[in-house]
Design a protein around this ligand. Structure first.
Ligand code: PLP
Length: 369
């Protein structure tokens, strides 16, 4: 290939996509494997969303509504947020990209917690920006450290609440103080991909803060987790309308499909599915933590639908051993936590299978280590 490539592009380490489950099963000669690696909904998709998809199928020859009018109207009414401040994305991941593309020029800085969602760094690099990583303190986001890192080259600052991969929460009082101190030239992105799962009330709800002009806050929500629609790729950001006009300039006219919009509208009404999901996740989390305790493994208390487990051997080895047993989890080596694994809560039978597989893996690995 002879095409010149910019240095900030050639040095990108691509996001590891992973193989389809079917391929893994073929490679390892296994069947009926379970996936607890991507924090997906263990119950499947919202039934109301499925019904809405069925209805929408006959209109697939039409382009989608590029403005996402009805979905934005639904979100605006449900959460009392400004209609003009809502930006839809092909997953909330795409809204992360809008924020960075709209405000970060080559050489500008983006502040991220470390470890946190890998995509913030990746997209920053795509546009030639520079990430400044602020280590977690005691597994929680260090708001003071992040604030201290803000300088006149900083354009965007990411917070994840609850944080991925730790499942820890921001607290209201420190968050309020932080927000009051952030300079108005910085966009604060509050990624709430897992906020539905949080049970502790002492945490900021991003929608309560977006009426203020400065500093600018962009709150991200997704249909991929609590609503079980990860495969459709639909999420959104809510911010004040003056910020939204810039986010809307950097996206293509039909970035979300008509099926995704229809399913998302129906999912927001599916209270029954959401409660069932939360009940399953909370009960499963209790069961799993109890079992880890019984086996003698340390876990990190989590307010999300996943949690970290400390393991006495290399996490990648645990991952590979469990994979051969047909249980897919996430090693945390790429997040700088080589002795942790991350697992999301599954259905009760999946959780039991996970405990068995982990026990066997640790048994065998500690004998050969
Ligand atoms: C899963 C996840 C998302 C959701 O991404 P989508 O593109 O909406 O599927 C966003 N942020 C974090 C931290 C996540 O873990």
């Amino acid at each position: 290939m002879k095409i010149p490539v910019a240095r900030h592009i050639s040095t990108i380490v691509p996001y590891p996509p992973g193989k389809p489950i079917e391929e893994l099963e073929r490679e390892y000669g296994i069947q009926g494997s379970i996936k607890l690696a991507s924090n997906e909904n263990p119950l499947g998709p919202s039934p109301r969303a499925l019904a809405a998809l069925n209805d929408a199928l006959s209109r697939l020859h039409r382009y989608p509504d590029g403005s996402g009018y009805y979905l934005r109207q639904k979100i605006s009414r449900k959460y009392s947020v400004p209609f003009d401040g809502i930006v839809l994305g092909n997953g909330s991941n795409e809204v992360i990209e809008f924020a960075i593309r709209a405000f970060v020029q080559p050489g500008d800085r983006v502040i991220v917690p470390e470890p946190s969602f890998l995509l913030y760094k990746l997209v920053t690099q795509m546009v030639g920006g520079e990430t400044v990583s602020i280590p977690l303190r005691d597994y929680s986001i260090d708001l003071e450290g992040m604030l201290a890192a803000v300088d006149d080259r900083t354009r965007v600052l990411f917070l994840t609440n609850p944080n991925n991969p730790t499942g820890t929460l921001l607290r209201k009082a420190p968050f309020d103080a932080f927000l009051a101190a952030v300079p108005p030239e910085v966009l604060v992105v509050l990624d709430e991909a897992y906020i539905e799962f949080a049970r502790d009330d002492d945490t900021p709800q991003g929608f309560d803060y977006i009426h203020q002009e400065d500093p600018c806050l962009l709150v991200l929500r997704t249909f991929s987790k609590a609503y079980g629609l990860a495969g459709l790729r639909i999420g959104y950001g809510v911010t004040n309308p003056s910020v939204a006009t810039y986010l809307n300039r950097v996206h293509q006219p039909f970035n979300t499909g008509s099926l995704s919009q229809a399913a998302a509208i129906a999912a927001l009404d599916d209270e029954e599915f959401l409660s069932e999901t939360l009940r399953t996740v909370w009960e499963g989390m209790e069961y799993l933590c109890r079992e880890m305790d019984r086996i003698g493994l340390n876990t990190l208390p989590s307010q999300a639908n996943f949690f970290l487990i400390q393991v006495p051997v290399d996490g990648k080895k645990v991952f590979e051993h469990m994979l051969r047993q047909g249980v897919i989890i996430r090693p945390m080596n790429a997040y700088g936590l080589p002795r942790h694994i991350r697992v999301n809560v599954g259905r009760p039978e999946e959780n039991r299978r996970f405990v068995k597989a982990l026990t066997l893996a640790l048994d065998e690995l500690s004998r050969t280590d």
